[in-house]
Design a protein around this ligand. Structure first.
Ligand code: IPE
Ligand code: IPE
Ligand code: MG
Length: 248
């Protein structure tokens, strides 16, 4: 177990961290390896980060593993990723459950291979009541798809006479997103130098602090994470208010 570095304030630890795990392909290519080698290494980075989050008192971690746009990659890479997700889930579930990890998957899971869907449903059910950390993995996830689906569901309720359109408010819309009632991320980390959201949690990250680093995902270690948290703790989260009122 790694303890919280002394220069981090335990009172200001983010509750929920989101990560865009980017740069696996470049990590592998720069070593003369096939892209899939980067994904394999990236999975190990995620496993270590999850453990570190748990040790440092972070209550929720959401990782972007596969976007709705990633289907446009070469079929061999997509197939490898789907098999990797399934293999990892089979291999790691018992240990995660034992450590009190609650696992959730978000995204359009119905578009995934049936055997993967079965593993996902099983892991979500088995770990539902675990309390140590909430670990969410976004697979076949796209924010625009998620928001569009929520609109369609609400429109159907109105059409069926079960909902008055005038009562639709932000918290109701939120309930129909994949993230349900999970609080929004406090901090987003994106690796590999790209500074964009790539269709990740667009609604949920309205007030999330963003941290971008040039480090490629497979190299994102505990020290890199420590640096991200140091940067976060220096931020002044105003939420549109005036600072003096917030601290008064
Ligand atoms: C992120 O790494 C992992 C997935 C999108 C599945 P990339 O595969 O995007 O790596 P780069 O950006 O090509 O280096
Ligand atoms: C975002 O990375 C998706 C994941 C990390 C799963 P991409 O590599 O797909 O994003 P773009 O194409 O650089 O925007
Ligand atoms: Mg990428």
């Amino acid at each position: 177990m790694t303890s919280l570095p002394a220069d981090l304030n335990p009172q200001k630890i983010p509750h929920h961290i989101a990560v865009i795990m980017d740069g696996n392909g470049r990590w592998a290519t720069s070593r003369g390896l096939p892209r899939i080698a980067g994904h394999r290494q990236g999975a190990s980075t995620l496993k270590k980060l999850l453990r570190c989050c748990k040790d440092w008192g972070i209550k929720a971690l959401t990782a972007y593993a596969f976007s709705t746009e990633n289907w446009q990659r070469p079929i061999e890479e997509v197939d490898f990723l789907m098999h990797l997700f399934e293999r990892l889930l089979r291999r790691e579930l018992a240990q995660m459950h034992q450590e009190g990890v609650r696992i959730s998957f978000i995204g359009d899971l119905s578009g995934l291979p049936p055997s993967l869907q079965t593993e996902m449903e099983h892991s979500m059910k088995q770990t539902l009541n675990n309390q140590a950390i909430h670990f969410t993995i976004a697979v076949n996830y796209g924010s625009r798809h998620e928001i569009t689906k929520a609109c369609r569901q609400l429109a159907q309720l109105v059409q069926q006479g079960k909902l008055d359109a005038a009562t639709i408010n932000e918290s109701l819309v939120e309930k129909y997103l994949h993230t349900g009632e999970t609080p929004a991320p406090d901090l987003l980390i994106r690796t590999s130098g790209e500074m964009r959201l790539s269709n990740f949690l667009l609604w949920q990250m309205a007030y999330t602090e963003m941290y971008f680093t040039d480090i490629l995902w497979p190299d994102f270690d505990t020290e890199a994470f420590h640096q991200a948290l140091l940067s976060y703790q220096k931020r002044d989260r105003r939420f549109g208010q005036v600072k003096t009122f917030l601290s008064a």
